[in-house]
Ligand binder design. Structure first.
Ligand SMILES: Cc1cc2nc3c(=O)[nH]c(=O)nc-3n(C[C@H](O)[C@H](O)[C@H](O)COP(=O)(O)OP(=O)(O)OC[C@H]3O[C@@H](n4cnc5c(N)ncnc54)[C@H](O)[C@@H]3O)c2cc1C
Length: 399
């Protein structure tokens, strides 16, 4: 067992770190309102920013947007530990980086797509920075995703889609939907679902904004009225989409902004060191010290799960339980960090970004609201516990 990076990994860590510090627009880290783990404050989910696009273009030039993809499909062919190092550094600087296309869509196509789909979609995603949104949830299908109602029926070489998706993050700034549709209404719920790529410019798609708890436009409700999509856009085999989506969700749960926790922690620590109460640093109070020590432990634990999962992927070990574990640990940490920060900052924590004297640039105020989304998006905490109980512990499942 070795808990250290080897020399090549350490060199890569330094390379990524210096690249980000050199290329990230000045003031970015301070001004970003992203809360680690939150889905509602991801800047790209709100609107596209030219500076972020430029930074992402430079990452693409280095091959880092598709860092662990095989070289033949436009990737850099690096290990998952290196990918994890890259994500840790990016999230530490709250920097823009790879998105749904390269982290979720690409790996799913690599695992299950036909050779034709791979040739069609992977180079495009790798080269052009194509944007996808996840079209899974519906008004009556969230945790119970197998009960989706959006239907796709045959019409020659096309499928015709009718239905509604909801909580659709970034649909308004994306090029394609990565979508679950019901293609066989006679089969049992999980067996009649297909996974398909739908061009956002298709006739019959209406996107309506939903404003999130932080006041941002991060998600939407999306309506499909007789939307025609070529059948060749189905990924993998028709009617097996449910199983592919479970893998895609696993990829999503592995994408955690781990460095963001360390960053907020350091900012909070700095605040505690600078603020004086009765002439003494706030850190001399035992309650503050205890809260900070507790957070330090929890962040360390999350880091361990993070590195361990990347290590397992590199060895081809199954990580479906670990993906749920990591998601659970990290998203609950998101809430603990926000609550602890609010407790430490007191009423100052409620000051918004831009308000006079707002500590941490108002990040705690939005983070306190956004951390709730972390416990819900990509499968709620209860669902993660169910997965750990059934797949990890083998406990029987009753519906
Ligand atoms: C910020 C944000 C962004 C999102 N972005 C997207 C997106 O881009 N694309 C997309 O498709 N979806 C998205 N979602 C939707 C998300 O995946 C669903 O909200 C989530 O799966 C829960 O579904 P639901 O809201 O229908 O709640 P429900 O499934 O109705 O759950 C309600 C409550 O019941 C609990 N519960 C349900 N079933 C069980 C069970 N079997 N055992 C124990 N408890 C249970 C849940 O844990 C929850 O507490 C997003 C959600 C949020 C909050």
């Amino acid at each position: 067992m070795n808990f250290r990076f080897d020399a090549a990994q350490e060199a890569f860590y330094q390379e990524v770190d210096s690249f980000i510090r050199r290329e990230l627009p000045s003031g970015w880290v301070e001004s970003s309102h992203h809360w680690p783990g939150g889905y509602g404050t991801i800047p790209d989910f709100e609107e596209l920013n030219p500076a972020a696009e430029e930074f992402r273009r430079k990452l693409g030039e280095k091959g880092w947007l598709t860092i662990s993809w095989p070289k033949e499909y436009g990737g850099a062919g690096r290990s998952h530990i290196e990918q994890a190092i890259f994500h840790e550094r990016l999230s530490y600087y709250r920097a823009p980086g790879p998105g749904i296309a390269t982290l979720i869509v690409g790996p799913t196509i690599l695992s299950f797509g036909s050779e034709e789909s791979k040739r069609e979609w992977l180079p495009r995603i790798a080269r052009e920075n194509t944007r996808f949104w996840l079209a899974y949830s519906e008004p009556a299908a969230g945790s119970d995703l197998a009960s989706i109602q959006t239907r796709a029926v045959d019409d020659g070489d096309n499928l015709v889609i009718n239905g509604q998706k909801t909580w659709s993050s970034a649909a308004h700034v994306s090029d394609y939907a990565w979508m679950l549709v019901r293609t066989d209404s006679t089969a049992s719920p999980r067996k009649g679902i297909s996974l398909i790529i739908v061009d956002n410019r298709s006739k019959g798609i209406t996107i309506r904004p939903l404003i999130n708890i932080c006041g941002f436009h991060s998600f939407n409700e999306v309506f499909f009225d007789d939307v025609r999509v070529p059948k060749k856009n189905i990924i993998g085999e028709r009617n097996l989409g449910w199983y592919y989506a479970m893998f895609a969700l696993e990829f999503e749960r592995l994408v955690v902004p781990i460095g963001g926790f360390k960053r907020v922690f350091e900012e909070l620590l700095q605040w505690c060191l600078e603020v004086k109460r009765r002439g003494q640093a706030a850190t001399s109070e035992s309650l503050m010290r205890s809260i900070m020590a507790e957070l330090a432990i929890e962040i360390d634990v999350a880091y361990m799960f993070f590195w361990q999962t990347a290590w397992m992927i590199d060895r081809g070990l199954p990580t479906n339980v670990e993906a749920s574990l990591l998601k659970l640990v990290v998203t609950e940490l998101s809430q603990k960090l926000a609550s602890a920060a609010m407790r430490i900052l007191g009423p100052h924590g409620e000051l918004e970004k831009g308000a006079k004297g707002a500590p941490l640039n108002g990040r705690v105020c939005t983070g306190y609201l956004d951390c709730i989304s972390a416990l819900v998006g990509a499968g709620t905490s209860e669902i993660q516990r169910n997965i750990i109980a059934s797949r990890g512990l083998g406990l029987p499942w009753s519906n």
